[in-house]
Design a protein. Structure first.
Length: 759
């Protein structure tokens, strides 16, 4: 299947150069460089997906978009989503910034939980691959995902759509209304509501999971205050409630249960079934507000973007994933952020085109984890212990940036960019463990030596609480050269740098996680509590070609990136996480994508990506239970990852799609779309456990719609995962189990109907 899909995809892209056609592709406009430009003129690897395509494919979240964009991988995590571009992403730790930054209309939403907010009434989504160290808000070391909302219109219009999938009782409603409020003010209100019963069966809880109730609303206002001054105001609210989760046990491993204890379920076949004793649920509520002023002044446009975002998150989960009451954790998080950006953009089409600006951001975070360990269910002797952990982190950052393009000739130009950033962070974490049987904290009980030996478990509270502050200074230059071979072909080469700021570990049980060494300082500068900046250098060469007199496009990019001090967070197999700067990695590969207007009514799209990831120096990785990795030569008890790939790094990924419209009569049109998305085999667990490797697979989606010539209504039938392919999305160790692990599976085949009405 891999070879056949590769042949089809490449043929669809390349064969267009040999066949003459007269049909014209619609131009794609993007703002990847803070200017409205044709995608074919932008000298970076960008994948743009229109709002129409998002709607046709039923893409309602980043997790679904990643099936369509090679070298983008977004999976729903145990606690928060994981985002990867070109094999680079951040681990599951509340203290981390994201390696892949998300921007909503230019607003930096860099926390993993914020990416869970659904898509709604979008004009397009742009995925920029590779470090974006100059023009984008804060930290974009692996790439950026830019969500561009549909704007208020000069004419009154609206739309309502309802989609229903009966197998899992999923109903999604989207609506918007847009138009002028006066001669100078226009507004657009969009709402979304989703109910989903879930596709997992939890026999112990007697319910389907994950049950989701997702509601969101966005209001945008535009005001043309003067001929030279305009303003855009935006407010968005998201509310997501979930019951249960998608993780199911694949192997229980060894649980030292007491003879009188309950028996674990014997059947561990991956079959979308769970048995957890905890009524798991989580909730996310987030707000986003912004005010953008654009002032046309002599020599360009001055823009001010003021933003505020916040969210609250609450999560109750069964960490051992079994019917045995062993480990329960309640986590709560509060986060808020304000930022101010000012930039000046020259008019363009001059000898020198430039952008200069400044950026400032402040953020506050509180993360609380309140757990319950019924360890007596495991060894028959240890009583219940109640650890309570509190983590706080404050951040401030400011930066100045600039980028200038010198148009040396009509065909040759070079772009120089720089960003100088200063980041300050303060972190504090405390942990207190209460033992009800002794009516005292664990450090004052006979359990202390045993827990320290078994779990590296040591409280740090009061005078021993962990705290630290750090300031980092980063200069990220870039250079790019472009040459127009002719009016239809542009080639480019670039060198760019990026970084992701360091910070403090929110999830560590203590400073003694496996392989990271002992606590040496409990007040500040703690090595195991603090992690350093992550840095990257990238070389990329590419070409963008318009073919067949505008009927086809073919874009290609070759890239090579070297990362140092990569930040990782891996579950240690017990009740803690190892957080550290792993070492060095090399990522290189090829990306190709193309479009071809085959006939007036038929268009083909294809993309191919090859990814080669190697840890070049990582000798302190957490060992998988399958024993497949060699022991570390430098850190006892850990494994050497050097020469291995990373999680979520399929060597090949491809996408092939066809869309067609056909007039059944003068008044009725039939639209159809077929998409095939391929991913090569890859690891789904960060500890590279071969038992959790996903084999190569292809997902097939299709849609057929009927609409009148005036397009004011539409009825559609759509199917996702039509071949009912079972895919492991994520793997993780089971807490307190020797060798146990769990997997998260994708949604089985679904068939849905959708109706919409426009006015």
């Amino acid at each position: 299947m891999r070879e056949s899909l590769l042949s089809i995809a490449i043929a669809s892209c390349i064969a267009s150069s040999a066949i003459a056609e007269t049909f014209q592709l619609e131009e794609i406009i993007v703002t990847a460089q803070k200017r409205a430009e044709s995608l074919q003129d932008v000298p970076i690897s960008v994948a743009a997906t229109s709002g129409e395509k998002l709607s046709e494919a039923g893409i309602g979240a980043l997790t679904e978009l990643s099936n369509y964009v090679p070298n983008l991988r977004v999976v729903e995590g145990v606690q928060s989503p994981s985002l990867f571009i070109r094999g680079i992403g951040s681990g599951n730790n509340a203290g981390f910034e994201q390696s892949v930054a998300t921007y909503s209309d230019g607003i930096y939403v860099g926390r993993a939980r914020q990416s869970r907010a659904s898509f709604m009434d979008l004009e397009r989504v742009e995925v920029l691959r590779g470090p974006q160290g100059i023009l984008f808000g804060k930290n974009s070391i692996a790439g950026a995902i830019s969500l561009v909302s549909a704007k208020p219109t000069d004419e009154f219009e609206g739309k309502v759509s309802i989609k229903h999938e009966p197998e899992y009782n999923t109903t999604e409603t989207n609506a918007f209304i847009s138009g002028p409020l006066s001669d100078t003010v226009a507004a657009r209100l969009a709402v979304r509501y989703l109910e989903d019963d879930g596709f997992y069966e939890n026999s112990l809880q007697d319910r389907d999971e994950t049950a989701v109730e997702d509601s969101a609303a966005r209001l945008m206002l535009t005001w043309d205050a003067r001929d030279d001054l305009s303003a855009t105001f935006k407010f968005e609210h998201s509310d997501i409630q979930r019951k249960g989760r998608q993780m199911e046990v694949a192997d229980y491993g060894i649980y030292p249960l007491t003879p009188s204890g309950p028996s674990l379920q014997d059947d561990v076949t991956l079959d979308h079934k769970r048995r957890t004793n905890v009524d798991e649920e989580n909730s996310y509520r987030g707000n986003l507000a912004s005010a953008q002023l654009d002032w046309d002044v002599a020599g360009g446009t001055l823009t001010s973007l003021t933003t505020y975002t916040d969210y609250t998150y609450s999560d109750l989960q069964d960490l051992d994933l079994t019917e045995v009451p062993v480990v329960v954790a309640q986590t709560d998080e509060e986060f808020d952020q304000v930022s101010q950006e000012i930039r000046f953009v020259s008019p363009g089409d001059e000898t020198v085109d430039y952008i200069i600006g400044a950026f400032y951001q402040e953020s506050d975070q509180l993360f609380i984890e309140d757990a319950q360990f019924d360890l007596g269910n495991l060894d028959g002797a240890t009583p219940q212990v109640l650890p309570y952990r509190e983590f706080k982190q404050e951040g401030k950052s400011w930066a100045v940036f600039g980028q200038a393009t010198w148009n040396i000739t009509e065909a040759f130009r070079t772009t120089l960019g720089m960003r100088y950033a200063v980041e300050e962070k303060e972190g504090a974490r405390s942990q207190t463990t209460w033992v009800p049987a002794f009516n005292d904290s664990v450090e004052n009980t006979p359990l202390a030596p045993a827990l320290l030996a078994l779990y590296n478990w040591a409280d740090h509270d009061g005078a021993n609480a962990l705290s630290g502050s750090d300031t980092s200074y980063n200069f990220t230059p870039s250079i790019n050269v472009q040459y127009d071979i002719d009016e239809d072909t542009m080639v480019y080469a670039s060198f760019s740098t990026g970084y992701k700021s360091g910070g403090y570990d929110a999830r560590g049980i203590n400073g003694l996680a496996a392989g990271v060494g002992p606590i040496t300082d409990t007040t500040s500068g703690l090595d195991n509590f603090h992690y350093e900046d992550e840095k990257a250098k990238t070389i990329e060469v590419g070409a963008k070609m318009t073919l067949l007199d505008g009927a086809a496009e073919l874009n290609a990019a070759l890239f090579h990136t070297e990362y140092t001090d990569m930040q990782v967070s891996i579950h240690d197999g017990g009740v803690g996480f190892s957080v550290k700067n792993a070492g060095e990695a090399r990522v290189q590969g090829l990306e190709m994508d193309g479009r071809w207007q085959l006939t007036e009514s038929l268009m083909a799209t294809a993309s191919v990506a090859y990814l080669d990831f190697d840890w070049t120096d990582y000798k302190a990785g957490v060992c998988p239970h399958d024993g497949s990795l060699p022991a570390s030569p430098t850190v006892a008890g850990n494994c050497d990852y050097t020469g291995k790939e990373n999680i979520h790094t399929p060597e090949w990924s491809m996408s092939l799609g066809f869309s067609q419209s056909y007039m059944l009569s003068d008044a009725l049109e039939l639209k159809s779309a077929l998409d095939m998305n391929f991913k090569d085999n890859h690891y789904t667990s960060a500890n590279l456990d071969s038992r959790q490797e996903q084999s190569a697979y292809t997902l097939v989606n299709a849609r057929v719609a009927l609409t009148p010539a005036n397009a004011n209504w539409e009825v559609a039938l759509m199917g996702n995962n039509l071949t009912d392919r079972e895919v492991k999305l994520l793997g993780a160790n089971i807490a307190n189990s020797d060798g146990g692990y769990a997997n998260m599976l994708n949604r089985p085949r679904t068939i849905a109907v959708e109706g919409s009405y426009s006015f």
